[in-house]
Design a protein around this ligand. Structure first.
Ligand code: ADP
Ligand code: MG
Length: 274
């Protein structure tokens, strides 16, 4: 694993798609692991009550573990809940526990309900002698207040798209919501990156979908496509990224390549509209 260029400022990416099972968590975990191995300091914030990112990063998230729930609902400092992942490199995780399932409702009556993650993250990063290079926020499959908190906290959105027939369905809804957030809550937010996942190159359909997405979003789609690979789906049950689990598998290599692209492209220019 070679070293990659580091960003000048912390890049905060929200991994979002309101569809479930498109590879959000898998992408979060494996890009984060690849970047940490290449010398970056990386934080993953697990914002899905399922806690799949916490599991895959080998981080404790029992119901009594202090988690992102305590940060968002009870103002616990983020530093108090960050755990180090056993993955190689400087990789940290804010776990999610099952309590987060109630947060969507509890948030409704709180002040600054859309800004709570952003405030916690700002405070945390400001206090660090050596700030993170990347923060990845793994979203639940919905466009509720948790996802809004992620959009408000981030500078970039990364959308994983599964190479299947319904890939583009629902995407316009997602983009519309992101535009609303940009207009009203976070003018910095950009859809910087689209990653094609679970691609099966043997099917014409997958190739056609990939081409359609590239035609629609020529500037955002990464060159690298993540293939469907059993090793990718096995890794989380060992509490590992696919890179630790089977470094030279096709899934591992493609996530490392996607991470390199993300690093080399750098953060999008902000300001001046999108
Ligand atoms: P989401 O977070 O969007 O719900 P996941 O990342 O959990 O999606 O992925 C859904 C399922 O697909 C999981 O079981 C995961 O292991 C599997 N999966 C994700 N990416 C791949 C891939 N490239 N090859 C094979 N299985 C994959
Ligand atoms: Mg997920």
């Amino acid at each position: 694993e070679s070293r990659l260029p580091l960003p000048e400022r912390t890049r905060i990416l929200t991994i979002s798609n309101q569809k479930g099972g498109v590879g959000k968590t898998t992408t979060t975990v494996n890009l984060a692991a690849a970047l940490a191995r290449s010398g970056a300091k990386v934080l993953v914030i697990d914002l899905d009550p399922q806690g799949n990112a916490s599991t895959a990063l080998g981080v404790e998230h029992r119901s009594d573990t202090r988690s992102v729930y305590d940060v968002i609902i009870d103002d616990l400092p983020l530093a108090d809940v960050v755990q180090e992942s056993p993955e190689e490199g400087a990789l940290y995780c804010v776990p999610a526990t099952i309590h987060l399932a109630g947060a969507e409702i509890e948030l409704v009556s709180l002040v600054a309900r859309e800004q709570r993650l952003r405030r916690a993250l700002d405070l945390h990063v400001k206090e660090m002698a050596e700030p993170y290079d990347y923060v990845f926020i793994d979203c639940p499959p919905s466009l509720g207040l948790l996802t809004i908190n992620a959009f408000v906290a981030a500078g970039e959105v990364l959308i994983p798209i599964q190479c299947e027939y319904y890939a583009l369905e629902g995407l316009s809804q997602l983009l519309k919501n992101i535009e609303l957030i940009e207009r009203h809550l976070n003018p910095e937010l950009r859809v910087s990156t689209i990653l094609l996942t679970m691609h099966d190159s043997r099917t014409n359909l997958a190739n056609q979908v990939a081409q359609d997405v590239r035609d629609h979003f020529p500037d955002q789609v990464l060159e690298t496509i993540i293939p469907r690979s059993v090793r990718v789906s096995e890794a989380p049950s060992y509490g590992q990224s696919v890179i630790s689990y089977d470094m030279n598998s096709s899934g591992s290599l493609s996530y490392q390549e996607a991470a390199a692209e993300l690093a080399r492209r750098g953060a999008p220019r902000s300001g001046g509209g999108s």
